[in-house]
Each structure stands twice: as structure tokens, then as C-alpha cells.
Design a protein around this ligand. Structure first.
Ligand SMILES: O=C(O)CCC(=O)C(=O)O
Length: 300
């Protein structure tokens, strides 16, 4: 199976596997060291299978109710249709409700993940209330970027956790990381201090094609085949994106990115509280996921 970016096959010589960290065999210093060395920590199977399945099925049910997943909805097959706008006046309200599903929140904002971040930051940590749940249908991908422009307004001590709810083979558009990119000084210089919501003349997306980007820097594009319950944790300057979901079976890829920070750092009110407004103030309606599965995404 090929990895595709904008319809282009990624040369296999450019691809390499993410390096796994075994949580049970790692002490807190090992975790800090992995993050410092690689710019990411990749953990396999850290969330209980039953909890992941329950959350996935609850989310799929909601998507089935708006006719975006065919029956049996547990398979996660995109129907190509949508009644989302007919059934709900406000896309933001619909997506906020899906994002509030209890079984999902038990995982994203539950103790298991929180404790991992408390170990990494070495101080009690907290997950953002505003989460980025992503059901990704055929033809879609996330362009290459780093996360600093979204999440570092109040503190630099923020990490992203990309949590997996479905099997993600290479044809279903897994996340990739540009090896060593957390140490690219030009990226740090360009994006430190950048805020997507303030500096509107600039984009978070890095326009260079990831293949060219990796070739020019003589580095690799790291990825793997992900399974439900896996988590990829990375820093704000780690350059990443996703391959395209072109799976013939039309199964969607379901993931959720959750940000964590030490509890004693300043909190960005856009992402915390009972009614967080999100990056631009438009709430859950601003997310690509608020769009019906059969609609194209925006690029920021
Ligand atoms: O899952 C995706 O499509 C993108 C995830 C991402 O870019 C992130 O977690 O920062």
C-alpha cells in the first residue's frame, strides 16, 4: 500500500517507522528524553480496548443518525450522503454534542491520559476541554504544519496527543511526523510567537510539499500502521500532517487530538471552561469536523 500526499505517492525510501516507547518500561526521565530526542512519544495500546470501542461506536451512531455512515454503522463506512444540515440548524451545536459524548470524554479527559502527561511534565497536568475529534472520509488529509500557532498563546508548555479510535492502515491517512523537525531552527524562528488568530496574513500550513520538504532536509517521513488505543504525543514545533485517506472500503479514520499542559501554567480561555470558543471564537462550528463528512475541508 502506498502513502499518498495530494495524490502523489511518497517514495518508500523516504518513509520510516515511528519509534515506539513502552510506557511500562519507561521512567519519567525516559519520557522526557524521548520527547527531547525525537520530538514525539509514540505509545501503543494505552487505552482499554472496551473504552475505545464504546466511544467509537457512540460517535459512529451519531454520524449514522445524520445518514453519513451506512449500516451497520459500527463498520464506519461513509455513505457519501448527509442529513446533518437538514436535521440540525447549527453545525457547531451538533459537533459540540458529539464532542461531549460521555464515553469519548472518559477517554480524552480521563485519568489515564492525564496521568501520562503528569509523568511527562513532572507536575499535575490537565487536558484542554476543547477537543478536536476527527472523522476523516475518503479524499481528505491534514496539510503539514506545527501546532504552536494554535495553542501557545498563554504557555509554551503544551503537548498534543493524537489518539486513535480505528484501524489506520497507510491507505486510511495516518499521521506522519517529519523526523527531527522539532530541532529545525528556521521552523522555530518562523512559528514561535505566531498566532493563527492574530497574524491573519500568515498560515499555519507549510506549503512546501512534505516529500520535497523531507528530501531537501535529508530526513525521513515517519509513520506507522495505527491501532485503536494508540497515542502519538508531540510538541508544538514538531512538523506533522496526515497522508490521504484513499481506502477502497470507504471506511473513515477516527482520531481525536487533545492538548495537555501543566495545571499550574496559564490557561487559554479559548480552550478551557464550560463553553470554550475554540481558536477563532466560533466554537465547535469552526472545525472541519463540523462539516458533513461528504464536504471538503478548509485549510488554515
Ligand atoms: O488528524 C488529523 O487529521 C490532524 C491532526 C493534527 O494535525 C494534530 O493533532 O495536530
Amino acid at each position: 500500500m502506498d502513502a499518498l500526499i495530494d495524490g502523489m505517492k511518497v517514495p518508500t525510501s523516504l518513509l520510516d517507522n515511528l519509534c515506539e516507547t513502552d510506557l511500562n518500561k519507561s521512567n519519567n526521565l525516559d519520557l522526557e528524553f524521548a520527547l527531547e530526542k525525537d520530538g514525539y512519544i509514540f505509545l501503543r495500546n494505552i487505552i482499554d480496548e472496551k473504552k475505545i470501542k464504546q466511544a467509537r461506536e457512540d460517535i459512529f451512531k451519531k454520524l449514522n443518525e445524520v445518514d453519513e455512515l451506512s449500516n451497520p454503522f459500527t463498520e464506519g463506512i461513509a455513505s457519501g450522503n448527509s442529513n446533518r444540515d437538514k436535521l440540525f440548524n447549527d453545525r457547531g451545536d451538533f459537533w459540540k454534542n458529539v464532542s461531549a459524548i460521555k464515553s469519548l470524554r472518559r477517554v480524552t479527559n480521563g485519568k489515564k491520559l492525564e496521568n501520562i502527561f503528569t509523568r511527562i511534565f513532572k507536575t499535575p497536568s490537565v487536558g484542554f476541554d476543547f477537543i478536536f475529534l476527527r472523522p476523516v472520509a475518503n479524499g481528505k488529509s491534514t496539510k503539514m504544519h506545527c501546532d504552536s500557532g494554535f495553542f501557545t498563546r498563554k504557555t509554551q508548555k503544551v503537548l498534543t496527543c493524537w489518539l486513535v479510535f480505528t484501524d489506520i492502515t497507510i491507505d486510511k491517512g495516518p499521521l506522519f511526523i517529519i523526523e527531527g523537525s522539532h530541532k529545525f531552527s528556521d521552523i522555530k524562528t518562523k512559528y514561535k510567537g505566531f498566532d493563527v488568530d492574530i497574524h491573519k496574513h500568515m498560515k499555519a500550513t507549510i506549503d512546501t510539499n512534505p516529500i520535497t520538504f523531507a528530501q531537501e532536509r535529508n530526513t525521513k517521513i515517519l509513520t506507522t500502521q495505527f491501532n485503536p488505543g494508540d497515542a502519538l504525543i508531540f510538541g508544538m514545533y514538531t512538523v506533522h500532517g496526515t497522508f490521504e485517506n484513499y481506502a477502497n472500503d470507504k471506511k473513515i479514520r477516527l482520531t481525536c487530538d487533545i492538548r495537555f499542559q501543566p495545571n499550574n501554567e496559564l490557561k487559554d480561555p479559548r480552550y478551557f471552561g464550560r463553553k470554550p470558543t475554540g481558536t477563532t471564537g466560533a466554537g465547535y462550528g469552526e472545525l472541519n469536523s463540523a462539516r458533513p463528512l461528504n464536504e471538503d475541508w478548509h485549510v488554515r
